[in-house]
Write a protein that binds this ligand. Structure first.
Ligand code: NG1
Length: 403
């Protein structure tokens, strides 16, 4: 991949690239649709990544070619109000970090570059944030901003909202600051990571439904709607906690609420003031938060069965209460379990994309086999199977350096 990026660069820019900026995708192990509610998540970075070979420029121009011919070159001037392309255009994920860094730090230098990626697109594995991070890191380094990975991850979370998704900060944070061999519990406001080693005999299998969960289309609206529903539900519950004598003043957010009032008491109040969809969304957020907290302990203790049970619980809640699963995701989860996985769940925003299943050195072959014969073969999805089903290797976060 690296050589052909350099060749492409030379062909277009008549010089050799001088630097490499890379940022990985991620798989979220547990803690789904909690980050934008200020609650923890528990992802790890993948071995799949976005790589940009580049040459810094003295002026503020950014010219970026994509090795994938499906994506036309992007060319723009760094500035505080960069006109976006059409919704969903990949160039918006390049402009997003440039505009945010220009607004915050008045950056003035751009780059010429060629990009390659092996993170599956629109699959819940954060190909978008890997792209935002790889560009953002390159610009931060070229302009000598001196930001550490967490600071930059925080800035990139704001940056990506340029694309229209009201996301949380999970993807940018883990892609920027992950540690090889580890998953990380991420907490927000302020952003912090707690690294937990992944036991050497655990195997996380990622399997793609083949149904793209495009964030530029209906999935974006559905995602943003979930976020609004959570805000609405919280606004109804928070003052009632005071009336019920559980807090002195209304908590500022989900994190403060769940820190000061036990979950079951919160749910008693929620049952009184919420109905239908809002109640279900709220119940998912509260129960998923509890699963993340427990998951951290279980990973520490290398409790494989316990961790798997939490993943199953997460999927059930995402399906029934959060309504972000699909027939294909449910089917993949069922096949993973049938093959002997300790747990399986959709990963990322849902509406399509991937599942993650927990196996170990003894069960992983059966899990893979059952997924292939149960899901992929009957659908004739056996081409490029290694892109559809693979083992996630907990990998290092983004880096920038001279070639
Ligand atoms: P994916 O699945 O990568 O689109 C999205 C959000 C996350 C998080 C998850 C759901 C972005 C960039 N990513 O991830 O912040 O909310 O959904 O847990 O918006």
């Amino acid at each position: 991949m690296t050589d052909s990026l350099a060749d492409r660069f030379r062909g277009r820019f008549k010089a050799a690239p001088t630097h490499l900026s890379r940022a990985p995708g991620r798989v979220n192990l547990i803690g789904e649709h909690t980050d934008y509610n200020g609650l923890p998540v528990f992802p790890m970075a993948l071995q799949r990544e976005v790589r940009i070979e580049l040459r810094p420029r003295r002026d503020g121009r950014v010219t970026l070619l994509n090795q994938d011919a499906e994506f036309a070159p992007v060319d723009f001037e760094v500035g505080v109000a960069i006109p976006p392309g059409p919704t969903g255009h990949w160039g918006n994920y390049v402009k997003a970090p440039a505009q945010e860094l220009a607004r915050r730090y008045a950056i003035v230098r751009g780059f010429d570059g060629v990009l390659g990626s092996d993170v599956p697109v629109a699959s819940g594995l954060s190909s978008s944030s890997a792209l935002v991070n790889a560009v953002g890191l390159a610009l931060a380094e070229i302009n000598e901003l001196g930001l550490d990975p967490l600071e930059l991850g925080d800035v990139m979370a704001d940056a990506e909202r340029y694309t229209g998704t009201r996301g949380g900060g999970m993807d940018q944070a883990i892609s920027m600051a992950a540690r090889a061999g580890h998953a990380a519990r991420i907490d927000f406001h302020p952003l912090r990571l707690h690294y937990v080693p992944v036991p050497s005999d655990w195997r996380f299998v990622v399997a793609d439904t083949g149904v793209r969960a495009e964030k530029s289309g209906p999935a974006q609206a559905a995602y943003n709607r979930r976020r609004s529903e959570c805000e609405e539900a919280f606004k109804l519950v928070a003052p009632e906690l005071v009336c019920a004598g559980l807090t002195k003043r209304a908590p500022a957010g989900y994190a403060e609420m769940l820190k000061s009032v036990p979950d079951d008491e919160v749910m008693v109040v929620a049952e009184k003031v919420l109905t239908g969809t809002l109640f279900k969304r709220f119940r998912h957020v509260v129960s998923e938060n509890a699963r993340v907290v427990e998951a951290q302990d279980l990973l520490h203790q290398a409790d494989h069965a316990g961790f798997g049970t939490l993943m199953d619980g997460s999927h059930g809640s995402l399906r029934a209460d959060y309504n972000v699963s699909s027939a294909e995701l449910d089917e993949l989860v069922a096949f993973a379990k049938e093959g002997g996985a300790s747990g399986a769940r959709l990963t990322g925003a849902g509406f399509g994309g991937c599942i993650v299943a927990l196996a170990d050195t003894n069960t992983v072959d059966d899990v893979l086999e059952t997924l292939v014969t149960g899901y992929y073969e009957p659908r004739n999805l056996t081409d490029r199977l290694d892109r559809r089903v693979f083992l996630a290797v907990p990998s290092q976060g983004a880096s920038f350096g001279a070639l």
